[in-house]
Design a protein around this ligand. Structure first.
Ligand code: SF4
Ligand code: SF4
Length: 242
């Protein structure tokens, strides 16, 4: 069973409670899974294009956990946004979209650089991340970083006002992705992030019904990994698993 560290469990519980208070029903088995209390959870791995997906399988329910976005009925990932780490591609795209002549001016005025710990994507490991984060409110300071707040780019119609130039991490959600060395080459993996903020998860008998979405996301996930690797090479971010 995946254990959720105590502080994180408190945050996740608060997110789940907020989701339910907003009228979303979270299946009990998915609530338990999100809190790390679902009992034995194995996974179904599925290779789609060049991405290996790790899909949770809850043994007690004999079901896999799948996902489908509920937008525009839901905008929760934008109205309770925790942090927006940017890739170096994002710095250029968003900086020029916001009419900055130089990327350095955009970075100075609109971003915060921070370092934080995050759980590993698929188990008890954790990672220390450093990144340049887009300010989610104009007055955001380093002390606010990570606290869930509405993103200033969320429009009244539920659409992102930066779209199509929104951050790569926004395209990626609710997946997390990482590279793993396999036979001397890097292979791309992805799994769901269970933060308690997304009402799109549901139980199903088979992964197959989600295959079209997994195909659509495979390109996004590969692109994000390439952008992330460039970001690290260019010195705008770093991560270390431990
Ligand atoms: S990804 Fe999840 S939280 Fe975001 S809009 Fe879709 S359903 Fe809502
Ligand atoms: S940048 Fe856009 S997509 Fe990303 S959290 Fe803000 S409103 Fe949502």
């Amino acid at each position: 069973m995946v254990r959720v560290p105590a502080r994180q469990e408190e945050e996740v519980r608060a997110s789940l409670d907020a989701l339910e208070a907003a009228g979303w029903e979270v299946e009990p088995a998915i609530r338990d899974l999100t809190l790390g209390r679902a009992g034995p959870v194995s996974e179904r791995t599925l290779r789609v294009r060049s991405v290996t997906y790790h899909i949770p399988y809850i043994e007690s329910a004999s079901r896999v956990v799948l996902w489908g976005c509920r937008w525009p009925d839901c905008t929760n990932c934008c109205s309770r946004q925790g942090r927006l780490p940017l890739t170096s591609d994002d710095l250029i795209t968003i900086g020029s979209g916001l009419k900055y002549a130089r990327t350095s001016e955009f970075v100075a005025a609109e971003t915060i650089t921070s370092t934080w710990s995050a759980p590993g994507p698929s188990g008890p490991s954790s990672a220390t991340m450093t990144s340049v984060n887009l300010k989610r409110s104009a007055s955001e300071t380093a002390a606010d970083d990570g606290t869930r707040i509405p993103c200033r780019f969320l429009g009244g119609d539920g659409a992102c006002t930066l779209h199509p130039g929104r951050p790569g991490v926004c395209y990626l959600y609710p997946f997390a992705t990482w590279l793993q060395a396999e036979r001397g080459a890097a292979s791309v993996h992805a799994a769901f992030q269970f933060t308690g903020d997304c009402p799109g998860f549901y139980l199903a008998e088979s992964v197959e019904e989600m295959r079209p979405t997994l195909e659509e996301y495979a390109d996004i996930i590969v692109r994000y990994n390439m952008a992330y690797a460039r970001t690290a090479r260019e010195g705008y971010g770093a991560s270390a698993m431990h």
